[in-house]
Design a protein around this ligand. Structure first.
Ligand SMILES: Cc1ncc(COP(=O)(O)O)c(C=O)c1O
Length: 367
């Protein structure tokens, strides 16, 4: 018998998430060293030494279950954002919170709206609970909020997923456009605002979405410690929202979904503003380095507000493979309906340089 037939049809229809290729895998495949991975939007500075020290200290107690309520981390978030404990849900990465939101509120027959070329997990989380995803055509590779509002209202959706900035396109929605969208949307449609790359926004683009929670009880904000805080491996993120909504998320999560090392490291990371500032500055310089390099190579790119950038390249699959051979891992995004594009994460100056020279060499070979 085919055991996959035992799974519901909507589970069988899921196309699994394709992660960036790990360095160790490419080392095994090609027997090369000195590989640069610019494929998963990780922090090239690693993590704050204070966060690493906190995680190390927590190792002494790995025989014990973690604090299932994550009190200390919630307390640190309360101090940071002026929200109450019951307005917070913690997740095993912010990915967990996307899934928890879907699991808590969506079921077979329900609909969720998201944008073309937006983060793959919105579709996955929607499909995994048997709900129907409605992908709305993008505007200049970014969210078309008016079209998304119309689709949500006309098709009776329960939830709208928005990534700001968006991955993999790096596009950004100004705060006032988001607020107008929230005003125009009926309050019985939940808005999952995914701000995984929030800390990379330049000063002039920042907006205070947390203050909107008072006005919009249907708003769920999620952020992560995986990117600017450099804790991708530990898996920790948080959602902020109204207490009734957070209560539902907390009901469907695993009792101990965030481990002790992650909880301790996140508290320390949140307090290390200097590390986040250095991360931001490095990313700003690296983004300039890469966009200048792409311009020199006469390649089209989408201006990005995250720690990565998508660029158009004729045969993206062949270029991806050639870059692998040259020891540079980037990310194909054909699964985002962008078969002519690759996405590269911003790395250290030397890593960016290695990427640009490998790209130049490959383009030369193609010519
Ligand atoms: C837009 C967006 N949201 C959420 C995530 C999930 O990240 P994590 O689960 O590590 O917090 C990512 C990761 O790449 C992302 O790009």
């Amino acid at each position: 018998m085919n055991y996959s037939d035992l799974a519901p049809s909507y589970i069988r229809a899921i196309a699994p998430y394709q992660p960036g290729k790990p360095i160790s895998e490419l080392e095994r495949e090609l027997g090369i060293t000195g590989i640069v991975k610019l494929a998963s939007n990780e922090n090239p500075l690693g993590a704050s030494p204070k966060a690493i020290a906190a995680a190390r200290a927590a190792l002494d107690e790995i025989g014990l279950y973690p604090d299932g309520n994550g009190f200390a981390l919630k307390d640190a978030l309360v101090q940071r954002y002026g929200v109450a404990h019951n307005q917070i849900a913690l997740g095993n990465g912010s990915n967990d919170l996307l899934e928890l939101a879907a699991r808590a509120f969506l079921t077979v027959g329900d609909k969720a709206v998201y944008s073309d070329h937006s983060f793959a997990v919105y579709a996955l989380a929607t499909q995994a609970v048997g709900a129907t995803g409605i992908s709305v055509p993008a505007k200049n590779f970014g969210h078309d909020l008016e079209a998304m509002r119309k689709a949500a209202v006309e098709q009776g959706a329960k939830m709208v997923f928005i990534a700001n900035p968006n991955n993999p396109t790096g596009t950004f929605l100004p705060g006032d456009e988001l607020r107008d969208f929230l005003h125009a949307l009926p309050a019985n449609i939940l808005v999952k605002l995914d701000e995984a790359y929030n800390e990379y926004l330049p000063e002039e683009c920042r907006y205070d979405s947390v203050s909107w929670l008072r006005e919009f009880p249907n708003l769920i904000i999620s952020r992560t410690f995986s990117k600017a805080y450099g804790l991708a491996s530990l898996r920790v993120g948080y959602a902020l929202g109204n207490p009734q909504v957070m209560d539902m998320l907390n009901r469907v999560r695993q009792p101990f979904n965030v481990n002790s090392m992650a909880l301790a490291a996140a508290v320390a990371a949140l307090q290390d503003a200097d590390f986040v500032r250095r991360t931001f500055e490095l990313n700003r310089r690296g983004m300039a380095q890469i966009t200048e390099g792409l311009t020199r190579l006469k390649l089209e790119y989408i201006p990005s507000f995250g720690n990565f950038i998508a660029f158009r390249i004729g045969n993206a699959t062949a270029m991806y493979r050639r870059l692998l051979e040259l020891g540079v891992i980037v990310r194909p995004i054909a699964n985002y309906d962008m078969p002519d594009w690759l996405r590269v994460s911003i790395g250290l100056e030397t890593e960016n340089e290695k990427f640009l020279s490998a790209l130049k060499q490959s383009l030369g070979e193609q010519a």
